[in-house]
Design a protein around this ligand. Structure first.
Ligand code: UDX
Length: 425
């Protein structure tokens, strides 16, 4: 099948390459010439482990090519995946401007019947809007279908996630479109949930919101565990082994960040408000998440004697999680901002992210040297097995604040550090 992917971000590029792997011919459409230039050369313009190798292979084999020619791309392809961004509006709702622009272009240039698929995370009811936007720009009444087929991949593990999904959701209104989608995914060995577009759109928001809820649950519980001197990691393990709960997304830390959870939970809250059916539980999820870095800073402050002013603090990790260069809504950046506001001398390091600021250092050693404390802000593997004994010799004071509960507390304490995690007792 000839597939067009509109929007070449994490989701679009990964989806396109997965379809190349399945033997399809793929076109990637984007209006950003810088992104296109890189992709055409088989180079990723963002960091995602394993993806560049696949990209360069399929570019060389001519299984995928990239263009900014919307008219030609729409005319030449049968299935069009909309993978553009849906940024957060000030009120928390999702901005559909890019989706609308794509839908209108498809309508304008459509020459034969198409299946238009929304892969971007879009609010409930968007498939109907897309239908309206496409039809509104058509010059002749050519039939088309709009299908919702959300993506569940994570940054950092995009390739494995997209190749081995837990399930595939197909929200279609016509039997014909549903069957074409099933055929497209025939080589995937996972359950397919066939439903209507609205339910499919809701599934994506509900999945992200539920996972975010697990994280906020364990983070708020961690605060209570802190007061009661309980190790929250043991609690996570103890409840996670219950198959009805599951072990994942119960890792306490400084809160969730990234381009999806904060945006999607807020968008669902907004949808619920518009319906007069508030999702109060998710409102708390957001609040707990906003409080979490501040809670951790307060712990740091207390441990350092109640005053942060003029202390030197080394923050290791800037991205919102390991294995990505994405810093959107990163708890680490929120923490840094607050530390700077408290007149702290901040020194930062990240293996991949380059802030381009004077207080970022190339090596971990330079960053930690002279510091009163080290804060672990991102769970990069690079920080798991550092030579803490030697690093300690260069520090002003031996404090480690583990915002990701990623270090072995006993080892660290045995080296003479004061260690504080998130209820990592
Ligand atoms: C998420 C969803 O997992 C994915 O299915 C969806 O398609 C996009 O949004 P992503 O944003 O890439 O993926 O990251 P994810 O691995 O889910 O982590 C999100 C945030 O939660 C990160 O900041 C991470 O550090 C944090 N997290 C995750 C925790 O604090 N504790 C956990 O136990 C798990």
């Amino acid at each position: 099948m000839k597939i067009l992917i509109v929007g070449t971000g994490y989701v679009g590029t990964t989806t396109g390459l997965i379809f190349c792997e399945m033997g399809h011919q793929v076109t990637g459409l984007d209006l950003d010439t810088h992104k296109l230039k890189a992709l055409k050369a088989g180079k990723l313009y963002f960091y995602e482990p394993g993806l560049e190798e696949l990209l360069s292979r399929h570019v060389a084999a001519k299984n995928i090519f990239f263009t900014k020619n919307t008219k030609k791309a729409v005319k030449e392809n049968d299935i069009i995946f909309i993978c553009v961004g849906t940024p957060k509006e000030a009120d928390g709702s999702a901005n559909l401007t890019y989706v609308k622009n794509v839908a209108e272009s498809i309508g304008k240039y459509m020459n034969k019947s198409k299946i238009i698929v929304t892969k971007s995370t879009v609010p409930v009811g968007t498939a109907e809007l897309v239908e309206k936007w496409v039809a509104g720009k058509q010059t002749a009444p050519i039939p088309f279908d709009v299908v919702s087929n959300p993506e569940f991949l994570r940054e950092g593990t995009a390739l494995q996630d997209a190749l081995n999904p837990d399930r595939i959701i197909i929200g279609a209104t016509s039997e014909e479109a549903r069957n074409v989608m099933k055929e497209l995914y025939q080589d995937f060995h996972c359950p397919i949930v066939a439903t209507n577009p609205k339910a499919s759109e809701m599934i994506k928001y509900a999945a992200n919101s539920f996972l975010a809820m697990k994280i906020s649950f364990i983070n708020e519980l961690a605060r209570l565990c802190d007061d009661l001197n309980i190790n929250v990691n043991d609690v996570s393990k103890g409840i996670g082994l219950d198959q009805r709960i599951g072990p994942q997304f119960l890792h306490a830390g400084m809160g969730f960040g990234g381009s999806c959870f904060p945006k999607d939970v807020n968008a669902l809250i907004q949808t619920a408000k518009e319906q007069g059916q508030p999702l109060s539980i998710l409102e708390r999820v957001v609040k707990v998440n906003e409080e979490q870095p501040l809670y951790f800073i307060e712990k740091i402050k207390q441990a350092l004697g109640g005053k942060l002013e003029n202390k030197t603090i080394a923050v290791l990790g800037l991205s919102f999680k390991a294995n990505t260069d994405d810093t959107r809504e990163s708890p680490s950046l929120i923490l840094i901002e607050r530390l700077l506001a408290e007149q702290v001398v901040v020194k930062v390091h990240d293996p991949i992210v380059k802030l381009g600021s004077a207080y970022q250092y190339h090596t971990i050693e330079e960053t930690v040297s002279g510091a009163d404390a080290v804060v672990l802000g991102t769970d990069w593997d690079d920080y798991k097995n550092l030579d803490w004994a030697n690093l300690k010799l260069t520090m002003k004071q031996p404090f480690i604040f583990d915002g990701r509960n990623m270090l072995d507390k006993e080892n660290i304490v045995a080296l003479g550090f004061h260690y504080l995690g998130v209820a990592n007792h």
